[in-house]
Each structure stands twice: as structure tokens, then as C-alpha cells.
Design a binder for this molecule. Structure first.
Ligand code: GLN
Length: 543
């Protein structure tokens, strides 16, 4: 029978529960266990797909096309868990399901209430992680978003409290992640907020088995550990010091040194063999010793939120591991290229240029100027999603002589809609969950850079966009712009262009899909890897 670990957060949000849950998943897998992992988000959006990534962070996409919280990206990068629609649940999704059941008459005669109907639905979603195709899961890890004490978290906390009663004490374990603020005047880390947070948890009937303490730059001292142990009624060895650690991928090793996995396995009364973390340790070692640097400019709208392109940042780190170099990714505001600054001035010193995903018109003209510069100056270039669309627009304007070419996203009545909606997207009014989402098959063309990067003929990569390459312009672009279509999704008489490149260029590839979602430190994504390789080559040639 499967066992369950719940990860809750206290004191503040953004305390690192996601990385903590992912690290735990990695440690348990290293002991030979099969894990499942999910995130429960207490907000009312049905999924994060309609939220602004500049405020909320990236929207992560699964193979089956769910738009999910960015913590699933950590799960993807740290573990082998199967991520799907089942792996991210929100209050909105739960209520949606319950209300639909009510309308169908499934609760006929009953008053539908938070307890038991909402909590039952939450528990059913947790159980679904370990049923059907996932029957062989040994441990499911469930991260609860938000902070203990939030009004909107309450039904989730009540459900996970009940869950232990339903499943038996030895089958459920609770991990609470908190923050210990450092007060300079006192010269110490303060445990009081953690005590309060655990008290709030115990008020609802949850007694944590483990407390993970985020302590910033400092380590947890023996004195604070003893204090937390006494006030929170948790044994010393179940209090984990989670100081800031770099690189990020070294965090699980810090937990391992403190035997977090063993403490949890003991709480769950499981006996399993010792772990093998050799591969992971090698990655961490490598990251610590990278000397050579490659500088990539990510040209786009100004972003204030570090996590808006989390998976892209990480995919570059992985590509660096593969190429033995440190990738320095710098964001360059594309709007300045619309106001007199030339791409040459800002981009000449970079070894490669990325134009990443995006929505809306702002900064687009600056990106088109950037594109002309990298194409003509033969700078290594990688485009992702909107980046591919911009490349097509630029070539149509400057190589085909169609100065008004555009995407119908930016100019609905453009005379040359080189990027436009497929007929099945026309007329869609709802914004949530209606884009081309999830993994699509893509056939690669022999002799291209994409085929060389992947080393196989057929790949599956994840999409999240509404607009597509317009095949009406394909012949002209091939003949006059030197465009090569290196990846196609076969679709009857209307194949979809998935990857484009230029033959006469050191490295110029752009994909309609989002390759960043499948990159991991152990298996760097091939396009990112080869882009960085080309950038590094260019840097070396320049000396
Ligand atoms: N805005 C474009 C579209 O919807 C690109 C989306 C993206 O870059 N993810 O097609």
C-alpha cells in the first residue's frame, strides 16, 4: 500500500516548499522507491494558465497539456515522477468538480458543504495519485501551497488531517517548512515564528513529524534546534537546517547529510536499502567547478519576477553542465530597440541571443530588429515559441519584401499573416486551457541541426501557444530566405511547422514548442545544449 508525505509551509510564503518536496522525492527515489508528487494550490483560479507569469512565475506545462504551477518544474528536474493533469489541483478545480457533481444530482437530497464534500474531493485527488496506472507508487508527496493560517488553505489542511485517520497513522507523515528570521540586533535566528506556526498547525490537529527550517545564510545552531524540539514537540533529529545553498541542486545533499529521508521512512515504518546518489553528486560537483563562461542575451519585455522563465534559466544551467561552462543569461529589454538604441550596441558582446516565449504586442518590434541583427551578423540564435514566430515575421519582412508581415496576434488585419490562427482556434472565446497545449509528435528532417541535436527521427515536445506558422508562406520563405523546416507535426494535409532553422548560419534554430519543460540536470535538453555549444565556439574563436 502506498504511503503519503504532506509538505506544508509556515511563517511566510515562498519559503521553498517546492524545492523541499522535490528534494525529498529525489532522496526517496535514490533509495529505490517509486514516488508520485503533486501540488495543491489554495487559490480560486481553475489552473494558473490565466495568471500573469510576471507576478506569479512561469506556467509549467505537462505532457498531457495541463497548465500548472512552476513547482512542478522542480519536480520534473529533481525526480522521475510521472507529471500529469493529476499533479496540480487548485481550490477552483476542486469547487468546479463539486459543483458539476451537484448539478448532475450526485448529492441529491444533501446540503453540499466544505466538510465533507470539498474535503472528500481533495482526498479523492490525493488517492488518485496512487491508483490505476500508478498503483505501484510507494510514496506520494503532496505539497500544500500557501501558508498555515491562510483562510483559503483551511479545507486542504483539514483534508490532510482526516487523511491520516483514513489511512492509518503509520501511512502518513507531515513535513512543515518554516522560516527562522535573523535579527541582527540580537545576533541570532529567531524560533518564535516557527513555534507559532506549528501551534497553528497543531490547532487543526496536525502534528508535524519533521520541521525543515529555512535559515538564510546561517545554519541552525544546537540551541535553536533544542528550543524548536521542545516547544514544537518534535525530536531533535527531525529538525532540519535548510540554510541557503548554492548551487540549487546541492540542496538534496544537505538534506541527505541530515538523514531527512531516513527520518521520514522511520515515521512511515518503512525499511529500504541505502541510497545511490552518485550521478547527482557528480552534477553538483561539476556545477561547482565550471570556469569558462558563455554570455547569452535573452531579449524580451522587462521582467521583474525571477521565476517568470524559471525552466529556461534552469535549462541553460543544464546546457552548461553538458558543455563544461557556466551560462550567464542576461535579460535585455527589447523596447529600447524601438527607441533609437541599436541591437548592435547592446548585443555585440554576447555569445548568443535567445528570444523566448511571450504574449502581447509590447516589445515585439524591438525583437524583430534583434532578429534581423542576429540573422545578418550570424550570431548564434535560439528562438522559443514567440521567438520562432518573430523569426518568421522578420524573414518575411526583410527577405520576402513584405514590410507589413506580422502575426494576427499583433496585427489582426495584416495583409501578410505569416503567423496566424488555425481554423480550430478561430471563434474560441474562453481563455483558460484553450491553447495548443501539451506534447505533440514532431518528425525531424535528416541533415538539419535539430536532427543532429536530438540524434533521433521523432521527438515529443510540449506546446503552449495559440498562433501557428502559416503554410501559405512556406515555399517563398524556403526559396528566398533560406529557411529550413527541420521539424514538422504530421497533421493530415496540414502539417504544422515545429522547428525552423537557417542552413547558412553557425547556429540558428527556433522551435514552436517549449523545449525547456523537459530539461533536467541529468538529461540536458538537446537544443539548449547545442545552442550553448555554438555560442561557446563563437566565444572561443573570438578569443
Ligand atoms: N503569443 C504566441 C502564441 O500564442 C506565443 C506564445 C508563447 O510564446 N508561448 O502563439
Amino acid at each position: 500500500m502506498a504511503k503519503y508525505v504532506f509538505v506544508t509551509g509556515g511563517v511566510v510564503s515562498s519559503v521553498g516548499k517546492g524545492v523541499c518536496a522535490a528534494s525529498l522525492g529525489l532522496l526517496l527515489e535514490a533509495r529505490g522507491l517509486k514516488i508520485a508528487i503533486m501540488k495543491m494550490d489554495p487559490y480560486i483560479n481553475v489552473d494558473p494558465g490565466t495568471m500573469n507569469p510576471f507576478e506569479h512565475g512561469e506556467v509549467f506545462v505537462t505532457d498531457d497539456g495541463a497548465e500548472t504551477d512552476l513547482d512542478l518544474g522542480h519536480y520534473q528536474r529533481f525526480t522521475h515522477a510521472n507529471l500529469s493533469r493529476k499533479s496540480n489541483v487548485t481550490t477552483g478545480g476542486i469547487y468546479n468538480a463539486v459543483i458539476q457533481k451537484e448539478r448532475r444530482g450526485e448529492y441529491l437530497g444533501k446540503t453540499v458543504q466544505v466538510i465533507p464534500h470539498i474535503t472528500d474531493e481533495i482526498k479523492a485527488r490525493i488517492r488518485a495519485l496512487t491508483t490505476e496506472a500508478d498503483k505501484d507508487v510507494d510514496i506520494a508527496i503532496i505539497e500544500i501551497g500557501g501558508t498555515v493560517g491562510d483562510i483559503e488553505s483551511q479545507p486542504f489542511l483539514e483534508a490532510i488531517r482526516q487523511f491520516r485517520l483514513d489511512m492509518g497513522r503509520e501511512n502518513v507523515c507531515y513535513v512543515h517548512v518554516t522560516l527562522l528570521p535573523y535579527i541582527a540586533a540580537a545576533g541570532e535566528l529567531k524560533t518564535k515564528p516557527t513555534q507559532h506556526s506549528v501551534r497553528a498547525l497543531r490547532d487543526i490537529g496536525i502534528h508535524p513529524n519533521v520541521i525543515v527550517c529555512r535559515t538564510g545564510a546561517k545554519k541552525l545552531g544546537a540551541e535553536q534546534r533544542a528550543k524548536i524540539a521542545m516547544f514544537c514537540d518534535v525530536p531533535d533529529d527531525a529538525i532540519i537546517s535548510a540554510e541557503d545553498i548554492s548551487p540549487l541542486y546541492a540542496i538534496p545533499l544537505n538534506f541527505k547529510r541530515q538523514a531527512l529521508d531516513t527520518t521520514i521512512l522511520n515515521a512511515l515504518q518503512m525499511e529500504v536499502g541505502d541510497s545511490d546518489l552518485t550521478e547527482w553528486e557528480a552534477v553538483v560537483e561539476k556545477l561547482k567547478t565550471l570556469n569558462e563562461e558563455v554570455r547569452i542575451a535573452a531579449v524580451g519585455k522587462y521582467i521583474a519576477h525571477d521565476d517568470a522563465y524559471k525552466s529556461i534559466n534552469e535549462a541553460f544551467t543544464h546546457a552548461g553542465i553538458a558543455n563544461n561552462c557556466k551560462v550567464v543569461l542576461e535579460w535585455v529589454d527589447s523596447e529600447q530597440f524601438e527607441n533609437g538604441v541599436t541591437p548592435e550596441e547592446k548585443l555585440a558582446d554576447f555569445d548568443g541571443v535567445l528570444i523566448g516565449p511571450g504574449f502581447g504586442t509590447r516589445g515585439v518590434e524591438g525583437k524583430i530588429k534583434t532578429m534581423q541583427y542576429v540573422r545578418e551578423q550570424k550570431k548564434p540564435f535560439f528562438g522559443i515559441c514567440l521567438g520562432m514566430q518573430i523569426a518568421v515575421i522578420e524573414m518575411a519582412r526583410n527577405c520576402l519584401g513584405l514590410p507589413q508581415a506580422s502575426s494576427t496576434e499583433f496585427t489582426p488585419d495584416t495583409p501578410d499573416p505569416v503567423i496566424s490562427l488555425l481554423s480550430e482556434q478561430r471563434g474560441i472565446q474562453d481563455m483558460g486551457g484553450t491553447m495548443r497545449l501539451g506534447a505533440y509528435k514532431c518528425g525531424l528532417k535528416e541533415g538539419t541541426k535539430a536532427r543532429a541535436a536530438y540524434g533521433v527521427d521523432v521527438i515529443h515536445e510540449r506546446h503552449r501557444h495559440r498562433y501557428e506558422f502559416n503554410n501559405a508562406y512556406l515555399d517563398q520563405l524556403e526559396q528566398k530566405a533560406g529557411l529550413v523546416v527541420s521539424g514538422l507535426h504530421p497533421k493530415g494535409d496540414h502539417n504544422l511547422v515545429e522547428i525552423i532553422e537557417l542552413a547558412d548560419h553557425p547556429w540558428f534554430c527556433a522551435s514552436q514548442f517549449h523545449p525547456e519543460f523537459k530539461s533536467t540536470p541529468l538529461v540536458p535538453q538537446p537544443l539548449f545544449r547545442d545552442f550553448v555549444k555554438a555560442a561557446l565556439q563563437g566565444a572561443r574563436n573570438r578569443g
